[in-house]
Design a protein around this ligand. Structure first.
Ligand code: HEC
Ligand code: HEC
Length: 440
C-alpha cells in the first residue's frame, strides 16, 4: 500500500512537470537571417574600429571563449587592456569608471520573444512610438533598425566607459559630449565614415544590401543591422542536451531529473525562468548585492542601481532586474546583474535565500580587474543594504544542499557546445587591420 501511494505520488509529480515543460524551439521561433549579412556583421563585431580610441570591440566584453561575456563581475571598456580576468587597467589611459553592470550573454537574441533588452529593459519594442521602440534616446531615435537587437547596438558605441572613450580623446567621444548623436556630424555619422573609408567594408556593404550603391550610402543603421544579424546567427542556442531531451533523444541522469522536478515543482524556478528560453521577460527584485559605481543619473551622486525603477519611475520596480535566460548559464559567470557571485553554486544558494545571503555577503565572491576605486559604497552602508533587502519580492524556498546540486545538474543540461563555439567563429583578421580581442 505504502509503495502504491509513493508510486502514485511520483507519477503525479512527474506529470505536473511534464505539463509545465516547454515546447521544443524550432525555426519559427527565430527571425530568419541572411548569412552574408551575418558574415559582414562578424567582421564588425570583432573590429575595434567602432570604438572611439579603436581599442575596444564588441567582442572585448562579449567573447565566445567567455560564454559571450567577459568573465568579469563588471566590465572594463575603454581604458582597459587584455581580455577576461587578465584584463588590466591601462595607466596611460585611465578608464572613466567600471561599466556598472555585468556583461550579458548573447545567446538566442534572434528569438522573436525577446522584446526587452538590457538588465533594466531600457530598450523595448513599443509600437506606439514612431521608431517602434522605446529607448533612452526617445525623440532622437531614428528609423531603419531591422530589429530590437540592432537598435541596441548603438548604445555601447555611445557610452564613454564602454566604447566611446574619454570626452576629449577622439572625434566620437567629443560628439557624444556635445550631445550630437544621430544627426549629421554626430557620433554615428562619424563611425559610419570610418567604416565607409575602408574599401573591404564598402565593397562588402554594396554587395550585401540593394539600397547601398556607394560607400557614402552606408549608415549606422546598416552597420548595426549587420552586427545584429551576426549575433542572431552565431549564438542561436537550441541544441543542448535539454533540447534533445524535449525531443525524446536524450535521457536525463537521475540527478538532472531530480533537478528538473525541483525546477518545475517545489523550487518554483519556472514561475520566472519560464518557457524554452527560461525567462518571463519580466522584472523582479531578488536582493542581489550591489557592486561598483551603480547607475546614478548625471545630476545625482550615489552608487545605487535601482534597476527597472530608473526606466519606469514606478516604486514597485525598485531594484528589479530582468529575469535572465538560463541558456548556457554554466558558461556565463559571474552571475547576477552586478556579477556579485563568481561561483554558480554560491549564486544559487543566495538566490533561494536572499535575505540571509545579503546579510552575510562575502566580498571575495567577485572577479574584478584591479583598479583603484571604491566598489563597496553600497554594501558597506547598512541602510543601503536594508533598502535592497526591503524591496525583495522573490520568495525564499527551503531546499537542501543535495537539492542545490540536483538543480545545478539540471542547469548543466542547458549547455550547448555548438552555440558556445559559434557558427562563423572568430575571424583571423578584420578589414581595419586593428587588433582583434583574443585570449592570450
Ligand atoms: C565594455 C564592455 C562592453 C562592450 C564593449 C559592449 N558591451 Fe554589450 N553589454 C555590456 C554590458 C555591461 C551589458 C548590460 C548593460 C545593462 O544592462 O545596463 C551589455 C548588454 C548587451 C546586449 C543586451 C543583451 C540582452 O540580453 O539584453 C547586447 C545585445 C549587447 N550588449 C551587444 C553588444 C554589441 C553589439 C557591442 C558592440 C557594438 C557591445 N555589446 C559592446 C558590455 C559591453
Ligand atoms: C521571482 C522570480 C524568480 C524566481 C522564482 C527565480 N528566479 Fe532566478 N533570477 C530571477 C532574476 C530577476 C534574476 C536576475 C537577478 C539580478 O541580476 O539582479 C535571476 C537570476 C538567476 C540566475 C543567474 C543568471 C545570470 O545570468 O546571472 C540563475 C542561475 C537563476 N536565476 C536560477 C534560478 C533557479 C535555479 C531558480 C529556482 C530555485 C530561480 N532562479 C528562481 C528571477 C527569478
Amino acid at each position: 500500500m505504502r509503495f502504491l501511494v509513493t508510486l502514485i505520488f511520483i507519477l503525479t509529480s512527474l506529470e505536473v512537470s511534464a505539463n509545465k515543460l516547454p515546447l521544443p524551439l524550432d525555426d519559427s521561433d527565430y527571425r530568419s537571417v541572411n548569412e552574408n549579412e551575418a558574415k559582414l556583421g562578424q567582421l564588425l563585431f570583432y573590429d575595434p574600429i567602432l570604438s572611439g580610441n579603436k581599442e575596444v570591440a564588441c567582442a572585448t566584453c562579449h567573447h565566445p571563449s567567455l560564454g559571450t561575456g567577459d568573465g568579469l563581475s563588471l566590465s572594463l571598456g575603454d581604458g582597459g587592456k587584455g581580455l577576461g580576468n587578465k584584463r588590466i587597467v591601462d595607466y596611460e589611459n585611465l578608464p572613466e569608471q567600471r561599466v556598472p553592470r555585468n556583461a550579458q550573454p548573447l545567446f538566442n537574441l534572434g528569438a522573436k520573444q525577446f522584446k526587452t533588452l538590457f538588465h533594466d529593459g531600457r530598450v523595448q519594442v513599443d509600437l506606439s512610438r514612431p521608431s517602434g521602440l522605446r529607448t533612452p534616446l526617445e525623440e532622437e531615435m531614428v528609423k531603419g533598425f531591422n530589429s530590437i537587437i540592432s537598435a541596441q547596438t548603438m548604445f555601447p558605441v555611445l557610452s564613454a566607459d564602454e566604447m566611446a572613450g574619454h570626452y576629449s580623446e577622439n572625434e566620437i567621444s567629443e560628439a557624444v559630449r556635445r550631445g550630437t548623436l544621430t544627426g549629421k556630424g554626430g557620433a554615428w555619422d562619424l563611425i559610419s565614415k570610418r567604416v565607409q573609408a575602408i574599401p573591404e567594408y564598402s565593397d562588402f556593404f554594396t554587395d550585401t544590401y540593394d539600397h547601398i550603391k556607394t560607400a557614402q550610402d552606408i549608415k549606422f543603421t546598416d552597420i548595426s543591422n549587420a552586427v545584429a544579424a551576426f549575433m542572431e546567427f552565431e549564438w542561436r542556442s537550441d541544441t543542448s542536451p535539454f533540447d534533445d531531451f524535449l525531443q525524446g533523444r536524450f535521457d536525463l541522469s537521475i540527478s538532472q531529473e531530480k533537478g528538473m522536478e525541483l525546477f518545475y515543482g517545489k523550487a518554483n524556478c519556472s514561475s520566472c525562468h519560464a518557457g524554452a528560453l527560461f525567462t518571463d521577460h519580466q522584472f523582479h527584485a531578488t536582493g542581489q548585492p550591489q557592486v561598483g559605481p551603480g547607475k546614478a543619473a548625471r545630476f545625482q551622486s550615489h552608487s545605487r542601481d535601482l534597476g527597472r525603477f530608473r526606466v519606469t519611475g514606478n516604486i514597485k520596480d525598485k531594484y528589479a532586474f530582468r529575469t535572465p535566460s538560463l541558456r548556457n548559464v554554466e558558461l556565463t559567470g559571474p552571475w547576477g546583474h552586478a556579477g556579485a557571485y563568481n561561483e554558480l553554486e554560491a549564486f544559487l544558494s543566495a538566490h533561494i535565500d536572499p535575505y540571509l545571503a545579503l546579510a552575510n555577503y562575502d566580498k571575495s565572491n567577485v572577479t574584478l580587474t584591479k583598479y583603484d576605486t571604491n566598489d563597496w559604497k553600497i554594501m558597506d552602508d547598512a541602510s543601503e543594504v536594508k533598502a535592497i533587502a526591503d524591496s525583495i519580492t522573490i520568495k525564499p524556498v527551503m531546499i537542501s544542499e543535495g537539492e542545490v546540486t540536483d538543480l545545478l545538474a539540471f542547469l548543466g543540461t542547458l549547455t550547448d557546445t555548438r552555440a558556445q563555439k559559434g557558427r562563423l567563429g572568430i575571424p583571423e583578421t578584420v578589414p581595419s587591420g586593428l587588433k582583434i580581442p583574443n585570449p592570450q
